[in-house]
Write a protein that binds this ligand. Structure first.
Ligand code: ZN
Ligand code: ZN
Length: 366
């Protein structure tokens, strides 16, 4: 049994304070809700947080008065604001000693709120920051890995329940309904993203939505979905054939499966995201399908389904041990279809552990 998330908040706040000190900042205004959750334990939908040298202030509204008591770390001081959360910040921040230079999250602040900083907050110096909390979130602790494994398990049992129900004649949306019901029944808290169910030529669109197309015998069916457990996401993709696959479908699927196998088997912490991406990309290119793999190999998963680190051609930074990333090579041929096989992988100090276990071979449904 892992510790509740809020038990880890004091250590995370200490890490943020260390990062702020290195950037010559006294405090950090946190406006990203996943970052709020990571630092305080609070999972509500309306909050502002200020991490100061000696305290962490969380401002939310009366709807969450009960929830904060259950979720938020004792290392955090909660203020329930009757009017505006910003009013709470301007009321409390002056009492925080030693706060002059305050960072804000430049990727997570509306322009209208930036204007507030310059107007009502003019007594502080505001500095843009990027990825202060996101960089910490890239490295998962044991409790986070356990939550992701739980989300993987839920997604996999939903997939196993869905496969026997797949047949020609269903629409993509009906398939999404069957799958999403199975996800809920298996215990998913929600859906990390709208499930992608793409059949026949639609599967050539890497981010297709489930539409009204009717599944036909001979189609490839690409299904990309995930579960949420304890706030953490899983993300997996399988591509199946409706009826016996033809030789081209088998050949293409084998190329993607081998690219997936090479990347999952070869990825290591301290390798750059670019080199990890190349494990799959070089193989697909050597098979003659390089042009058909247009997206990056993968991304981190955690409280969000897309987070640091990135496995992509432009990602030069080394991958940290403790990251959980997707490995999702694909081939997409407009008008014909597409194949993607996506797994979730934990990078450890000594190697990598593939968390997803449902079969990757081309399933031919009858
Ligand atoms: Zn996915
Ligand atoms: Zn993904």
């Amino acid at each position: 049994m892992s510790a509740p998330p809020s038990d880890r908040c004091p250590a995370r706040l200490a890490q943020v304070r260390g990062a702020l000190g290195r950037s010559d900042l006294d405090a950090l205004l946190v406006t990203s809700l996943p970052n709020v959750r990571y630092l305080t334990g609070f999972a509500g939908s309306n909050a502002l947080v200020v991490v100061t040298p000696l305290d962490c202030l969380l401002f939310t509204d009366f709807r969450y008065a009960t929830q904060v008591a259950a979720e938020v770390s004792p290392a955090v001081t909660v203020h329930i604001e009757p009017a505006s959360l910003w009013k709470g910040v301007w009321g409390r921040l002056p009492a925080c000693a030693g706060v002059a230079r305050v960072g804000f999250e430049s990727a997570h602040l509306l322009h209208q709120d930036f204007a507030r900083l310059l107007e009502q907050g003019s007594r502080w110096q505001w500095r843009p920051t990027t990825d202060v909390v996101e960089a910490l979130r890239a490295v998962k602790d044991a409790g986070e890995v356990a939550a992701i494994e739980k989300a993987v398990g839920i997604a996999e049992s939903a997939w196993r329940a869905t496969v026997p129900q797949l047949h020609a004649g269903l629409t993509e949306r009906q398939v999404a309904g069957i799958l999403e019901r199975a996800l809920r029944e298996a215990g998913s808290e929600g859906f990390p993203f709208p499930s992608i169910v793409a059949s026949g030529p639609q599967s050539a669109l890497p981010h297709a939505r489930a539409g009204e197309r009717v599944l036909q015998r001979g189609d490839l069916l690409l299904v990309d979905f995930g579960a949420v457990a304890d706030g953490y996401c899983s993300d997996l993709t399988r591509t199946v054939a409706l009826g016996p696959a033809d030789s081209r479908q088998r050949e293409m699927h084998a190329v993607v499966a081998e690219a997936n196998r090479r990347a999952s088997g070869g990825i290591r912490a301290e390798m750059s995201g670019k080199d990890a991406d190349a494990l799959a990309r070089d193989y697909i290119a050597s098979s003659g399908w390089g042009e058909a793999f247009g997206h990056s190999l993968g991304h981190g998963i955690g409280l969000e389904v897309h987070e640091a680190p990135r496995l992509a051609r432009g990602a030069d930074a080394p991958l940290p041990a403790g990251a959980v990333v997707t490995i999702e090579p694909g081939i997409y041929i407009p008008g014909w279809g597409g194949i993607r096989i996506e797994d979730d992988v934990l990078l450890t100090a000594t190697g990598a552990r593939v968390l997803t276990t449902v079969p990757r071979g081309l399933m031919e449904l009858h």
